[in-house]
Design a protein. Structure first.
Length: 134
């Protein structure tokens, strides 16, 4: 399992500078401590701010990402993931209220000595969250 809105992941992707609609940049996945639940990611993540909209009365950036990276889980699973995501990220709170991820993945695992598993197929994740001001 993994958590959306991880502060360390967010800082590595967005940095501390403000971004404007139309901004595009590439993130070296190895700079992230974790991405989509995978440790030690290697590859690239292309990020674009495509617009803004109101979400629950707060201003949100519409963010599009494309990614191609490899990584491993704490259980030793190795994965290659290629895909894209779109979502709304609250500008002030710096959290996603919605995120849709589509792609494909190749996974290799060895649950015990002499047993090697290989799996591949589509990847689809959807995340929604509600943020309330205190």
């Amino acid at each position: 399992s993994f958590a959306f809105n991880d502060y360390r992941e967010s800082l590595a992707i967005y940095g501390t500078d403000a971004h404007a609609v139309g901004d595009k940049w590439t993130v070296d996945a190895s700079k992230l401590p974790v991405f989509l639940g995978l440790l030690t990611p290697k590859g690239s993540i292309n990020v674009e701010i495509t617009g803004t909209e109101k979400v629950g009365g707060a201003e949100a950036a519409t963010v599009k990402m494309t990614f191609d990276f490899t990584g491993s889980s704490k259980d030793g699973l190795e994965a290659h993931v290629v895909g894209e995501s779109t979502g709304q990220r609250l500008i002030e709170a710096k959290v996603y209220t919605s995120l849709k991820i589509k792609g494909k993945t190749d996974v290799k695992a060895s649950p015990q000595e002499g047993v090697n598993l290989t799996m591949n197929g589509p990847l689809a994740l959807e995340h929604t969250a509600t943020v309330k001001k205190p």
